[in-house]
Design a protein around this ligand. Structure first.
Ligand code: ATP
Length: 331
């Protein structure tokens, strides 16, 4: 099913009435919002997802990362109930998404990469239209304020900028007051300030206690927003953790880098430092360190004794992108 077709299907399915009893029972359970065990998805002979496990707790912002073709969309579409799993068990808000009742779908908010807005309607009219599909919608003006579109309420959707249209998409996904929101690459193509504004919208959702399943190709975005991250590569989860601990990031050595003028003899460095030192083509010296304070003390003491400057001195931890590239290149 194409994304546009999915958007249409959503609209039709939203109009189903809520089975309040089902919703109340599920909300009372302390179980995770998403629980996936051994999920396999095959397209004919091709196995795109090879038996993955995932758990997302209520109120978490969970980022799902992976290179092109890794199986992210396939997994998300199974979680959203648009594709049937080939094997394994999947529970989203207490139901198998493929067999979930209409009431279940009203508890989900889905922000697709393509806009679901009606171009001929104003921003407010679009949101009001979607509000009519839900049994207990949020307040329209509050929702427009939450996504930062109050000033554009009377503007036709067709006239909104790319970033504003994306915010309208978020408003359309939120108007039903969903418990779980799927954000599919929410800031692709945004300029840096629009991206930061979008992150603030996500902060607002966090404060409302929403559970968010985020896919993104921007490591900075995952680092800024996610409580936990899973990385999928070639249909397998290759790492899972917080942005700080993913792939053992917290255990990786720190890099101390600096420049020296040619006048000083590196042979005079304390041997414990010299044996870990590497020089790149630009003359930058790098020291891999697991005892940063002691190493900096020894290094600066050595430099002061010789009256040389540690130019461009930098102390850097491996970035999330470094860890991600390492994890996905191994696959
Ligand atoms: P991207 O970041 O490019 O969106 P992705 O991680 O979302 O990639 P998927 O779209 O889930 O990856 O694709 C996973 C694998 O399944 C790929 O090899 C892809 O070619 C294949 N695939 C996806 N959809 C179909 C389909 N409808 N029929 C056959 N193969 C498919």
């Amino acid at each position: 099913m194409t994304r546009a077709a999915r958007a249409r299907t959503l609209t039709v399915m939203f109009s189903n009435s809520v089975d309040a009893a089902v919703a109340a029972t599920d909300a009372d359970r302390p179980e995770p919002v998403i629980r996936v065990h051994g999920l396999v998805k095959r397209y004919g002979e091709h196995e795109a997802v090879h038996g993955i496990d995932l758990v997302v707790q209520r109120g978490e912002i969970f980022a799902f990362l992976g290179p092109n073709g890794a199986g992210k969309t396939t997994t998300v579409e199974v979680l959203e109930g648009f594709r049937q799993a080939s094997a394994g068990s999947v529970s989203v808000l207490g139901h198998d998404p493929w067999q979930a009742p209409g009431a279940w779908r009203a508890r989900l908010g889905i922000v697709l990469q393509e806009s679901g807005a009606e171009p001929g309607l104003t921003t407010r009219e679009c949101v009001a239209l979607y509000a009519g599909y839900y049994p207990a919608p949020r307040n329209i003006d509050e929702t427009l304020a939450l996504v930062g579109l109050s000033e554009q309420a009377g503007e036709r959707a067709a006239k909104l900028s790319g970033g504003q249209r994306r915010r309208l998409d978020v408003a359309l996904a939120l108007i039903g007051d969903p418990e779980l929101i799927f954000l599919d690459e929410p800031t692709t193509g945004f300029d840096p300030s629009a991206r930061r504004a979008a992150w603030e919208v996500v902060d607002g959702l966090r404060r409302l206690g929403k559970t968010i399943f985020l896919t993104t190709h921007y490591m900075e975005e995952a680092e800024r927003l996610a409580d936990r991250i899973a990385v999928i590569a070639a249909g397998r989860i290759v790492a899972e953790g917080t942005p700080q601990t993913l792939g053992g990031r917290q255990l990786e050595a720190t890099q101390i880098s600096f420049m020296l003028d040619g006048a000083v003899d590196l042979q005079t460095l304390p041997p414990a430092l010299a044996e870990r030192l590497a020089r790149d083509d630009s003359g930058l010296l790098r020291l891999s360190s697991t005892a940063v304070t002691a190493d900096l003390h020894a290094l600066s003491g050595w430099a002061l004794e010789r009256g040389v400057e540690l130019g461009s001195l930098e102390v850097s931890r491996p970035t999330l992108e470094d860890v991600y590239l390492q994890l996905t290149s191994e696959e």
